[in-house]
Design a protein around this ligand. Structure first.
Ligand code: NAP
Length: 344
């Protein structure tokens, strides 16, 4: 499987490392031989049809040069779209920064990959939150696969659990704590009785929150994940604008104290049931399996036959998210192998 990696930041570097080293033996068990033939970022690209060494590229980036500065395989200034169009590969792994205004640059990268007959694995929520129904249709039309396991729950297989392990059952509702930053802030406020501002600045010092934290604290990140869950596992055709969203700016230590007296706490919960999908601060019992602390994520699926199923795990992290990318690549590999079998 020849791969074009677009974006070489936290997730991109981890994908390269995981594919090159950590999982070599397990990958061999699946008779799967991935090869990164190009890496493209904002400054240009490196291309080698025989496969690129991630160690060498990381060393270049550590020294402060763009990856395209590589003397052997570098193409400074080459655009991502040119790389996707001209390099022979089966899959594009898209891991550029999220943008929920217009989904760019990922939206163009994904559609260009489809047009050139390449499958796409992405961890970028932007394009999916804005246009998931259209993108899945476009993938089908071009006869390629679109996979996005790392967009919800980081390395925790929330989407696969619902899709595969609960196959045949009917998922009636989903509720989740889907954002580690807001969960850390609310946990700090509740356990250490600090204000929202103090908890936010602690989260920023620890690197859990961005300097511009709106994406997390105003609930946009959770909303993107609700959109992806609703489309992928509940068959809805919704986008960002269809979700009622409230962030956590107005939650106070007093509100948490009051909830505590009732045996509850307040979490930012994304939920999908019969009504309009919502994201809002919600009281949940401290005894609920979904009531996780710190940066953990948790999701509960309410099913017709299997009852309530809760999955807990880390919602982010480079290597964790890279494991989701690997899962998606293996899924595509299996799907292609099955297709070949059916055709023969
Ligand atoms: N980090 C996590 O734990 C995590 C978990 C789940 C999902 N995600 C999602 O995964 C994606 C990548 O996250 P990350 O943490 O790896 O981000 P990151 O560290 O900021 O890396 C982004 C990469 O994309 C490159 N890039 C920026 N603009 C570009 C453009 N216009 N064209 C081509 N490349 C461009 C950057 O290049 P420069 O370095 O030159 O700017 C960098 O190499 C995001 O959408 C994020 O939301 C991340």
């Amino acid at each position: 499987m020849r791969i074009i990696l677009v974006g070489f930041g936290v997730v991109g570097k981890s994908v390269a490392t995981v594919l090159a080293r950590k999982y070599t033996e397990r990958i061999k068990d699946y008779s799967f031989n991935p090869k990164i033939v190009a890496i493209a970022d904002i400054d240009g690209a490196v291309i080698n049809p025989r496969g690129l060494s991630p160690e060498k590229l990381e060393a270049i980036k550590q020294r402060g040069y763009p990856i395209s500065a590589d003397s052997e395989f570098g193409h400074p200034g080459m655009s991502v779209l040119d790389v996707i169009e001209s390099v022979e590969a089966e899959v594009v792994v898209e891991v550029t920064p999220v943008n929920i205004k217009n989904g760019e640059p990922a939206m163009s990268h994904i559609t260009e990959a489809f047009k050139t007959g390449k499958h796409v694995v992405t961890t970028n929520k932007g394009p999916l939150a804005l246009a998931m129904p259209a993108l899945t249709e476009l993938a089908d039309y071009n006869n390629v696969f679109l996979r996005f396991s790392g967009t919800v729950g980081g390395g925790t297989p929330m989407l696969e659990f619902a899709k595969r392990c609960l196959a045949g059952d009917r998922i009636l509702a989903v509720k989740g704590i889907l954002n580690g930053t807001t969960n850390y802030i609310l946990t700090e406020m509740s356990q250490n009785r600090v204000s929202f501002q103090e908890a936010l600045s602690n989260a920023q010092k620890l690197g859990y929150a961005e300097r511009e934290p709106s994406m997390d604290i105003d609930g946009f990140d959770t909303t993107c994940k609700v959109v992806i869950l609703a489309n992928w596992i509940m068959g809805r055709k919704i986008t960002l604008k269809d979700v009622d969203r409230t962030g956590i700016r107005d939650v106070t230590p007093q509100m948490l104290d009051e909830a505590s007296k009732r045996g509850n706490t307040i979490k930012l919960v994304g939920s999908i049931d019969d009504g309009k999908p919502t994201v809002k601060p919600t009281e949940i019992p401290k005894t609920s399996p979904m009531c996780v602390s710190g940066v953990l994520n948790a999701v509960t699926f309410y099913t017709e036959y299997a009852g309530e199923q809760t999955l807990i795990g880390k919602g982010a992290g480079g290597v964790e998210t890279a494991s989701a990318v690997l899962r998606d690549l293996l899924d595509i590999r299996h799907k292609l192998a099955n297709k070949l079998l059916t055709e023969s």
